[in-house]
Design a protein around this ligand. Sequence first.
Ligand SMILES: NC(=O)c1ccc[n+]([C@@H]2O[C@H](COP(=O)([O-])OP(=O)(O)OC[C@H]3O[C@@H](n4cnc5c(N)ncnc54)[C@H](OP(=O)(O)O)[C@@H]3O)[C@@H](O)[C@H]2O)c1
Length: 222
Amino acid sequence: MKVIVFGATGMVGQGVVRECLLDGDIAEVLVVGRTSTGIENEKVREIVHADMHNLGPIAERFAGYDACFFCLGVSSAGMNEADYRRVTYDFTMAAAGTLVRESPNLTFVYVSGAGTDSSERGRSMWARVKGMTENALLAMPFRAAYMFRPAFIQPGKGITSKTPAYRVFYKLLGPLFPAVRALFPRFVTTTGEVGRAMLEVARHGAPKRVLESADIVELGRR
Ligand SMILES: NC(=O)c1ccc[n+]([C@@H]2O[C@H](COP(=O)([O-])OP(=O)(O)OC[C@H]3O[C@@H](n4cnc5c(N)ncnc54)[C@H](OP(=O)(O)O)[C@@H]3O)[C@@H](O)[C@H]2O)c1
């Protein structure tokens, strides 16, 4: 399989790239972002592109892929709706629109989050915008599209978040993750499980289009 990872410098993206490199069935990983991952590996190709809103100039490089794992995203903390929507909805739609034209047989996996609002009408701004993004992706003519809604994610060894507040959170609470996971197994997953679950749905599909944390854990263990 040939796969594309957006947001490969982030915590979730690093996790899925790691799983792709361990997987003998993955022939190529194209990583796309505004900053370089610095990864040197024969399976990895990289596009560093500043304007995620406009992928037109690089569109033809997205032809012939089997899956896209879209891990680009931001925390809504301190952001107004317009700015959060620009990154969350507009960037995702720009990528999805290009991919559906260039690789029509592709499976698109989007990382939203637990609590995403499919009605798009609730009180939580981030949940509405993620819901709008999920709904738009689900309506597009990909081979398949899956929405991943993790809750807490334990980063694998050496994997760090690009969000400073999350880095502090993981540093302080990281040692408690095993206990939290034992108490609330439905709400805690790992970057490794998320990555393996993405590969699983790209290969074999899943019974549902919207996958909550417990579904991700189950798929990641197959
Ligand atoms: N971490 C969690 O526990 C968790 C839980 C549930 C859902 N999620 C969701 O999972 C997704 C990924 O989260 P994460 O924890 O991996 O985040 P992260 O570590 O902060 O990484 C974010 C990624 O998005 C890219 N990005 C952010 N803003 C960008 C912009 N304006 N233009 C281009 N690229 C941009 C970053 O690229 P740069 O390296 O260039 O900054 C990085 O690759 C998010 O949508 C998040 O809401 C995360």
